[in-house]
Design a protein around this ligand. Structure first.
Ligand code: SF4
Length: 329
């Protein structure tokens, strides 16, 4: 029997590239940021006919930019979070389950997003301070750990992970995985842990850095499988590695979201392979299974946002995975 590997069909919505942080590897943020307007968001949601997940990913605390504040107020929103909630609502109306990665949020901000999201995410990245984060207040490990804990207290299915090769040692990678394992042991809310490799971006302070080797990543996936509780899946992004199969053999069982109508805005140089291409490369040893942005375990527990409930009922099969034939939502 082939081993099951899960993925989600998503549409990537980068609401803004404004960000208060300045991570030395980032090619996403801009000093002249822009805000997607509601019509652009709606167009993307409509275009992504097969997507069941709306992935909202954007810079942290964008309102530090006056231009963003001005755009928000001209659209009639008092805060960026109000705008996010409205776009989450629009996604649900158009049949997509929101999963929002908003950067570090306070407890009350997470609580505000909860009803409108199937799950939320924040990469831990690393549980240690690193030189590449000296200009990024949002990358303070204690802040990120606090947010992941808060999401646990609020019973929110959560995606996190580590970013590998940004100046940390292998032992620090292991320590970061241990921190994630402990967070899950305390709150039981982490559905998946991404092992993401740093990929250098032109024009950034780290453009000449060597990305981590495949051997190091494979070793980490093996270690992650030992360190993380069994019910936390290890995820590998298929557009950032040459061949996904060795990673599946090492214990990864999820390949994350694949967007058929947008690029990976964080790694625009790395196009997603098509689902068909991935499937062919698995040689019958593994089989792809479509999931929703909330894992079956948390669907059974009803930990998703209450406003997502009827859409989840419509999009999920009896086992909590994605229903393949979905009538007009
Ligand atoms: S990596 Fe994320 S948090 Fe860091 S500067 Fe870029 S958008 Fe901001």
């Amino acid at each position: 029997m082939p081993t099951q590997v899960t993925f989600s069909r998503n549409v990537f919505i980068p609401l803004t590239n404004a960000c208060r942080n300045r991570c030395h590897y980032c090619g996403f943020r801009s000093e002249n940021p822009r805000l997607m307007n509601p019509l652009e968001v709606e167009d993307l949601l409509r275009m992504a006919k097969n997507a069941k997940e709306a992935l909202f990913t954007f810079g942290e605390k964008s309102e530090v930019y006056k231009s963003v504040k001005k755009s928000l107020s001209s659209l009639g929103y008092g805060s960026f979070l109000d705008y996010v909630v409205e776009m989450n609502r629009k996604a649900i109306e158009l049949g997509k389950l929101p999963h929002t990665n908003a950067g570090v949020l306070s407890y009350s901000e997470i609580k505000k997003l909860k009803p409108w999201n199937a799950s939320l995410g924040l990469m831990l990245e690393q549980a240690v301070e690193l030189p590449c984060h000296v200009e990024s207040p949002g990358k303070k490990p204690e802040e990120r750990i606090r947010m992941i804990k808060d999401a646990g207290k609020l019973e929110i299915p959560f995606t996190t992970g580590i970013l590998v090769g940004i100046g940390e040692s292998f032992e620090e990678d292991l320590y970061s995985l241990e921190v994630i394992a402990e967070l899950h042991s305390n709150y039981d809310h982490i559905q998946e842990c991404i092992i993401q490799n740093f990929s250098p971006k032109e024009g950034t302070p780290m453009e000449d850095w060597e990305p981590p080797s495949t051997e190091r990543l494979l070793k980490l996936v093996r270690e992650a499988r030992k360190i993380l509780p069994k019910d936390v899946e290890v995820q590998i992004p298929p557009n950032l590695v040459q061949d996904i199969r060795p990673f599946l053999n090492a214990g990864a069982r999820d390949i994350g979201g694949i967007s058929e109508v947008t690029i990976d805005h964080i790694n625009p140089e790395a196009p997603w392979p098509s689902i068909e291409k991935i499937e062919r490369s698995l040689n019958g040893e593994f089989v792809l299974k479509e999931r929703l942005p909330v894992y079956p375990k948390y669907i059974k527990r009803r930990w998703y946002g209450v406003m997502c409930e009827s859409l989840i009922d419509k999009l999920s099969d009896g086992n909590g995975y994605a229903k393949l034939e979905v009538s007009e939502v």
